[in-house]
Design a binder for this molecule. Structure first.
Ligand SMILES: NC(=O)c1ccc[n+]([C@@H]2O[C@H](COP(=O)([O-])OP(=O)(O)OC[C@H]3O[C@@H](n4cnc5c(N)ncnc54)[C@H](O)[C@@H]3O)[C@@H](O)[C@H]2O)c1
Length: 258
């Protein structure tokens, strides 16, 4: 029985106002974790934590993950209020523009790397010292299947997610002599705003692609659900994953299996 296997653990989650972040704080809270939810979208954060149980002692912090001072502050506030950071879901991300490389604006390219790579780096820069002091902790970064395979029209996003996998493996090795683990999840096509934005951007004539076309290369023949990503995050956060570090877990209905 899964039950409340995360009882009392403190879970710090970025991008918590987004679809995967919101589904994950709900599941971690259901399994007993106390929740610190971080996002740059204050209204979205308020919505995301509204239905969490009282046992989650939810704290919402509005912060931009690309800002060194704001990342330092969300980590400090978490420790001050909750006493530890046991689980860190380093998840905030953006898709950027959907354009071929010759047409891709440089400022968007830089922004995608800033949020998806620098944001993930800064999160670990401030959380890992806390976990080292505790000699315990689980970091789960959000990469993507776009970090495992090439993705035309979203080269910046794909490059950023390849970088997240590199950061994950390197951090896991840096943690090797500690009781801290670092892994990442690689979601595939999750039924969400971000997926719609990418699919609509890829449509040649601006018309949404038929679902059959979207699912053509997905063996499961359906989109994934945010809570199916959350389930893998909850596993990696738990002691059931005590020998798992440096791994990239695909949650993609078999999309990258062939
Ligand atoms: N949805 C998918 O199909 C899919 C697939 C693979 C990977 N992912 C990844 O999963 C993660 C979550 O995606 P989602 O589908 O929930 O997207 P989403 O857009 O619903 O959520 C992303 C959240 O990150 C927040 N955010 C963006 N920039 C930020 C910043 N600078 N500082 C703080 N917060 C910021 C946004 O406000 C938003 O709430 C992302 O890293 C994304 O790349 C999503």
């Amino acid at each position: 029985m899964v039950g409340r296997v995360l009882n009392g653990k403190v879970a710090l989650v970025t991008g918590a106002a987004g679809e995967i972040g919101t589904a994950t704080i709900a599941l971690l809270a259901e399994r007993g974790a106390r929740i610190v939810a971080v996002d740059r979208d204050a209204q979205g954060l308020a919505r995301a934590i509204r239905s969490l149980p009282a046992s989650a002692e939810a704290l919402a912090i509005t912060a931009d993950v690309t800002r060194d001072d704001e990342v330092a502050s969300y980590v400090e506030q978490t420790v001050a209020r909750m006493g530890s950071v046991d689980i860190f879901f380093n998840n905030a991300g953006i898709e950027g523009d959907i354009k071929a490389i010759p047409d891709y604006p440089l400022d968007t390219f830089r922004r995608v790397l800033d949020v998806n790579v620098v944001g993930v780096f800064l999160g670990m820069k401030y959380v890992l010292p806390v976990m080292y002091r505790q000699n315990a902790g689980s970091v789960i970064n959000t990469a993507s299947i776009a970090g495992l395979i090439g993705s035309p029209q979203i080269a910046a996003y794909s490059a950023s997610k390849h970088a997240v996998i590199g950061l994950t493996k390197s951090a896991a090795l840096e943690c090797a002599n500690t009781n801290v683990r670092v892994n990442c999840v690689c979601p595939g096509q999750i039924d969400s705003r971000m997926l719609s934005s990418i699919i609509n951007g890829l449509a040649p004539d601006g018309q949404p692609l038929p679902e059959s076309k979207v699912l053509e290369r997905t063996p499961a023949r359906r989109l994934g659900l945010a809570r199916e990503v959350a389930g893998v995050v909850a596993f990696l956060a738990s002691d059931d994953a005590s020998y798992v570090s440096g791994s990239s877990y695909t949650v993609d209905g078999g999309r990258t299996a062939s």
